[in-house]
Design a protein around this ligand. Structure first.
Ligand SMILES: Nc1ncnc2c1ncn2[C@@H]1O[C@H](COP(=O)(O)OP(=O)(O)O)[C@@H](O)[C@H]1O
Ligand SMILES: [Mg+2]
Length: 386
């Protein structure tokens, strides 16, 4: 019997299109003798679709006609119900389209890579590949992530943060903190987006104001970071779970501009257009440090599956910092594993096995105590102590 794998992609995210490409690559990488792949496309409106027409990238040029042709489906938020149901109920026969064994989310960005989608899968109880709700949420929010890493002794650049409300009502205080604690230049970011959206450098106060106004259009949480001027960016993928994980070879993305932009990353001819050097050319000690920091980041955030940790090297000092983690990286970082001898097919195999292992690991945990307080004569009489 083949394992039925639901590959979820798209979603209500600014990285919708990138996710379609990543998922298409992943779907093609699975060994068809072992797995039956069910593509599940989440539209920009948040509706779910399945069908063979979702497997062809050129069909996404006209998303409205694609979703009109595809079959709209849903899952019920009921623990243990792994069925995919058809929205349009057939006159005769069952409305169950497929029963999934495991889910592989290949979703990037807000609403999907941040634990919200993983929470749906947790509620249903369907085993899934990749980070838990907790790790996903911690990894997505650049403020929370940096707080955790810093508390665990992992180097991150200096930063301050505020809410959009604070920026609207206490502008002078925010500016003062930036100037006192960081000094220019700084990088301003919305805390929970990706793909460089809403991110910009500020070299003086007026640019800072413009940048914070811009970032506040995208997010309620804003972060201002010390800008590393002599910057080298190094990425390292980590694969495994909290018990056992390994790091990939390093890559160095090459950017055209001050900030590696959405355009650099994706526009000039697809995802592979972004120039990168694999393996990155670094002195051995620095390369080892980058891999150590990537592994530590994965461990400290309790990651699972395949992540990519992006590091910043300050060429002026030779120091490495963790910039961010992508808990569902573009192309699932397969090219970094391939460079180290793990094929894309083996990578997908590992992700499914890890998903099933986590299910076994958590199944043994006690969820409810055997006593029923009502049966024991308890209840609300004495008030509820929590
Ligand atoms: N502290 C920093 N100093 C210098 N450049 C930075 C800094 N933080 C980010 N950048 C630049 O901005 C890009 C996007 O920032 P990043 O934090 O990776 O956000 P995203 O989640 O959008 O990828 C980075 O790839 C890098 O080129
Ligand atoms: Mg980045």
């Amino acid at each position: 019997m083949k394992t039925v794998v639901g590959v979820f992609f798209g979603g209500r995210s600014t990285e919708h299109e990138i996710s379609i490409i990543s998922a298409n690559q992943a779907i093609n990488a699975f060994n068809p003798d072992k797995y039956e792949i069910v593509p599940i496309y989440i539209s920009k409106e948040g509706r779910w679709y399945t069908g063979p027409e979702l497997l062809t990238l050129s069909n996404y040029k006209d998303m409205a006609s694609l979703t009109a042709r595809a079959q709209e489906v849903y899952m019920r938020p009921i623990y243990g119900d792994f069925n995919l149901y058809s929205v349009r109920r057939p006159l005769f026969g069952k409305d169950i389209v497929k029963t999934l064994d495991v889910a592989v989310p290949v979703l990037h960005g807000t609403n999907v890579e941040d634990g919200k989608f993983e929470g749906v899968l947790e509620t249903i109880g369907l085993p899934y590949a990749g980070c838990s709700t907790l790790a996903s949420a911690n990894g997505m929010d650049k403020i929370t992530m940096k707080m955790i890493l810093r508390a665990e002794g992992i180097p991150v650049v200096d930063y301050i943060w505020c809410t959009d409300r604070q920026w609207a009502t206490e502008r002078d205080a925010v500016i003062e903190r930036v100037e006192k604690e960081l000094g220019y230049p700084v990088i301003v970011k919305p805390a929970d987006l990706g793909s460089s959206i809403g991110i910009g450098a500020a070299h003086d106060r007026s640019q800072l104001i413009t940048r914070l106004d811009e970032a506040a259009r995208f997010s309620r949480r804003l972060i201002v970071e010390h800008m590393v001027e002599q910057l080298r960016e190094i990425n390292c993928s980590v694969l495994g779970d909290a018990d056992e994980f390994e790091t990939s070879v390093l890559e160095e993305p090459i950017k055209a501009d001050e900030i590696l932009s959405y355009g650099d990353k994706y526009m000039a001819g697809g995802m592979h257009a972004a120039q990168k050097r694999i393996p990155a050319e670094l002195p051995d000690a620095l390369a080892a440090e980058c891999r150590r920091l990537a592994a530590e980041t994965f461990r400290v955030l309790s990651c699972h599956g395949v992540s990519r940790v992006d590091l910043i090297i300050d060429d002026a000092t030779g120091r490495a910092y963790v910039n961010e983690i992508n808990t569902i990286p573009g192309s699932l970082s397969y090219y970094l594993w391939e460079a180290g001898g793990v094929t894309f097919e083996q990578l997908m195999d590992r992700l499914v096995k890890l998903a099933l292992k986590r299910r076994r690991d958590t199944e043994g945990k006690t969820l409810t105590f055997s006593g029923n307080i009502f049966a024991m004569g308890g209840g609300a009489k004495g008030g509820i102590k929590k």
